[in-house]
Ligand binder design. Structure first.
Ligand code: SF4
Length: 103
């Protein structure tokens, strides 16, 4: 799987570029231009980052619009993974953690 991935403050964006090859809308590019930091452009039929990976992570405003637009209007190639701050501590507190840490 060929992917484009970049981290931002509270998570990461992962794009499966194989799915983008069949995309007609490039909805992620539109979403980021309309609501976000205008981080993407289309190059040779695929979405690419305009800034560097590091700069994209800093400029991302975490509006999550790229994922919503991709899922609704694109080819479902883009996924956002969010960090769950405090989840481990909460699970320990309520007794949901298995011995040795993560469940
Ligand atoms: S909208 Fe989704 S499938 Fe289409 S180019 Fe963007 S990330 Fe790829």
């Amino acid at each position: 799987m060929t992917t484009l991935e970049f981290p931002f403050r509270t998570g990461k964006v992962t794009i499966d570029l194989e799915k983008c090859r069949g995309c007609q809308s490039y909805a992620c590019v539109e979403a980021c231009a309309r609501f976000g930091g205008n981080l993407f452009k289309v190059e040779e039929g695929l979405p690419v980052l305009i800034p560097s990976v590091e700069e994209a992570g800093r400029r991302c405003i975490e509006d999550l619009a790229c994922e919503r637009y991709c899922q609704d209007n694109g080819n479902k190639g883009l996924q956002i993974t969010l960090k769950m701050f405090g989840l481990d501590e909460y699970r320990r507190k309520v007794g949901l953690t298995r011995h040795g840490g993560h469940t």
